[in-house]
Structure formats: C-alpha cells, structure tokens
Design a protein around this ligand. Structure first.
Ligand code: ADP
Length: 406
C-alpha cells in the first residue's frame, strides 16, 4: 500500500510518499511560495534531488497537481499513475474537541473541520484546501485527517480548564488543546519500545523542541498535560513566540503603546521568543548556540532562559505525574543540540537523572542518533528520538483504510 502524506500550510505543501510494507519513503519534498508568483518545488527520491521554480503554481490544487506529476511523470517518477496512490493522509492542525484520534474524511468529518476554523484560523483553512485539492485531483481516493490536537484529548479537565469564567469555555471552547500531538505520541511510544517496557507503566516527559516547541507529560501512554494551550503560543520560549507570560502584559502594551489586537498578536507570536530577546537578530537556535560557545553574553543568557523554561516544565510535569521514568528530546533542537540537553538536564540530578556527556555529545547534527544518553545507573533515562510525524500519519491512514475495507 502506498500512502501520500500531505502537510498543507498557507503557502506551502510538504509531502511524502510512503510504501507501507517496508514503511519506506519513496519520494518526499515540498512546494513553497504558493501564490507568490514564483513557487519553488524541492523533490527528492532515494537517489536524486530536483529543484524547480515553476511559475504556474497559484494555489494548493496546482501545487498538489505538480507534486503528482513529479511522482508519476518526471525523470524521477516513482509510480506510474495516481492509481498507485492508495490513500492520502493529511496533517490537520486543529480537531477541537471532536477528534481524539485520526479519522477518514467523510462529509461529517469535513463539516467538523470547518467548525474548527475559528480555533485555528491560520492553519485549518490551508489543511482544508489540501483536502479539497485531493478531492478534485483524485476523486476516488480515501483521505484521512491526523490531528495535532488529538493525542492531547485525553487530558483531564484539571489540565485543560483555564481559571476563567466558565462561560468562556462553554461558549467559545477556550481551553487547553495542545499541539504537536502526533510527535509527542510517536516519541513516547518509541521510547517505551526502546526501553523494552509496556507504555502503560511509564511516566514520560516528551520535549518537542523545533521552531515551535512544547513539552508533554505522557502518563501510561496517554497525554496528561502539555505546555501549548488554546493556541501554540503558550509554554516554552520558541523561535519567535514568547511562551508563558503574565496575561496582563498584552493589555498593558495595548494601553501604553496604543497597539491594536493584531499588533499585539504579531508582537507575541512573531517578534518574541529567541527573536525578541536577540532584538530581532536571530531566530535560529544554531546562531544562538554558536555565540554561546563564543561566550557572547546576550546569547548565553538567551540559551539559559530557553533551557530554564524547559527545566521548569520537566519539574512541574514530574510533580503532575507523581514520578518520572524518562525524558525524551526530539525535533530540530531536541535532536541536534547537545548543549541544550545538557543545560536542561545537568541540574536535574535530584530527580535521579544523570546525563552521559559522551553519549549526549554523540547525538549531534547529522548523526541520525536514536537512543539513551544517560549514565547506566541513571534512574531516569534521557532519550534522543528523531520524530517522524509523516510515518504516524501514514500508519494511521493505512489502518483506517484497511479497517474500512474489511
Ligand atoms: P519546525 O518543524 O518547527 O520548523 P524543526 O523541528 O525542523 O522545526 O526545528 C527547527 C529548529 O531546529 C530551528 O530553530 C533550528 O535552528 C533548530 N536546529 C536545527 N539544527 C540544530 C542544531 N544543530 N543545533 C541547534 N538547533 C538546531
């Protein structure tokens, strides 16, 4: 079975075609700058990479059509026709309270996705455009939605309710949803597998540290709590998002600086975090890290603030779960930054966690490292596990399609 996985953003489409018997990636890539006059497509198979800048990509349908043509009719084609695509799995950002798991997209699910647009006004419309485009280009193919929020639907009310007047939740669904669920779910399950233990008996804290970043408390295989909230703004210090702040600050800024709601939104989401602390100079953690090693005081402080926030969440979630067996680091920073893991973990000896510096340093960029980076007698294991959201989307899609065909 071949599954096409699509991750549609407002101006980009990322894709992977997976052959599911061996779970192998046949081709992958992305189309970016959709509708901006000059799109760019990067297309990669096992052997080759193609980069093109076609002018005609004006929307998601033309982008996905171009991807299909690359897959079926380019010099690097990997299949003969769309008949060789058995199903399409979409990453969908927000499933609200409707979806606690992945779903085949039928009329009812499609309607619910539209109902979720107010909760993710930037993301869900792009995901829906991708679903529409596939419906147009491959009308008979099964499509599934895999939701960033679904894994966290197991959170109890004590984790997800904010202490606002209850009508704010009841009228508008304002509550903690959490994101990166597909990644947290994958790495927590993989950690249990690598530990050779039943997930039901494990208390795991998963740290997804990419451009956006979140921590989750995974207790017995299910999400008990997570740091992103009603939107992906809450929680950790991120590339350009502030994470946790006193909620009175936006109101103060609105008054003192005469800012509109949109301007405050932009300040918190696009001008804060690492970018804000570096006065707009850096957003990429590699730049911060390089300067940390050069003893640049500002970047040292930024990395320390970044790591301190992660450490606070680890402490909080160990308390929330009443114990801790493992901490997992994943995504761009989590997988590639030994210094971040060290600054987070070294002060956590009191939790029974002792990093093995050599193993930690071995989990470096380009190593593809997957494994434990703690000393043999460390009670709590620290793991570096490369995330693989596309694989989870493909597996879920395959399972749903097979169940339907049975
Ligand atoms: P997203 O999918 O959220 O865009 P990724 O998971 O790809 O993000 O992570 C992107 C982040 O990972 C960037 O901030 C980038 O700087 C960081 N990153 C990648 N490689 C390294 C590295 N070697 N050291 C530190 N940070 C890294």
């Amino acid at each position: 079975m071949n599954i096409l996985v699509l991750n549609c953003g407002s101006s980009s489409v990322k894709f992977q075609l997976l052959e599911m018997t061996k779970e192998q990636v046949m081709a992958k890539g992305l189309v970016e700058r959709i509708g901006a006059g000059q799109a760019r497509i990067k297309y990669k198979t096992g052997t080759d990479k193609i980069v093109r800048e076609p002018a005609e990509i004006t929307d998601h349908t033309t982008a996905i059509d171009y991807i299909i043509r690359m897959l079926t009719a380019s010099e690097q084609q990997v299949i003969e026709s769309t008949d060789d695509i058995d199903a399409v799995g979409h990453r969908v950002v927000h499933g609200g309270e409707s979806f606690a798991g992945s779903m085949l997209i039928d009329d009812e699910v499609y309607a619910k996705l539209q109902e979720c647009i107010p909760l993710a006004p930037l993301h869900n419309p792009a995901n829906i455009k991708g679903i529409d485009a596939v419906g147009e280009l491959m009308p008979t193919v099964d499509q599934a939605g895999v939701f960033d929020t679904a894994f966290h639907q197991s959170m109890p009310r004590t984790s997800y309710l904010y202490a606002l007047p209850l009508w704010v939740y009841e009228r508008y669904g304002v509550r903690r949803y959490g994101f990166h669920g597909t990644s947290h779910r994958y790495v927590a399950a993989r950690c249990a597998e690598l530990e050779g233990r039943d997930p039901a008996g494990l208390k795991i804290i998963t740290c997804h540290l990419g451009n956006g970043a979140s921590v989750a408390a995974v207790d017995g295989g299910i999400s008990l709590d997570t740091s992103m909230g009603f939107t992906p703004l809450e929680g950790l210090v991120m590339g350009s998002r502030c994470g946790d702040i006193d909620p009175a600050i936006p109101l103060f800024l609105q008054r003192e600086e005469n800012l509109s709601a949109e301007e405050v939104d932009s300040l918190l989401n696009r001008q804060s975090g690492v970018k804000g602390l570096s006065e707009g100079e850096f957003i990429d953690m590699r730049d911060i890290e390089d300067r940390y090693f050069e003893k640049d005081p500002r970047c040292t402080e930024i990395l320390e603030i970044y790591c301190y926030r992660i450490r606070k969440y680890i402490g909080a979630y160990a308390a929330a779960m009443g114990g801790l067996d493992a901490v997992v680091f994943t995504a761009g920073v989590g997988e590639n930054s030994p210094i971040t893991r060290k600054l987070v973990c070294d002060p956590l000896g009191f939790l029974g966690l002792e990093l093995d510096d050599e193993a930690n340093d071995a989990a470096a960029p380009g190593s593809g490292f997957e494994g434990r980076v703690t000393a043999a007698d460390s009670r709590v294991g620290v793991w570096v596990i490369p995330t693989n959201e596309e694989l989870v989307i493909a597996r879920d899609t395959k399972e749903l399609v097979e169940k339907q065909r049975r």
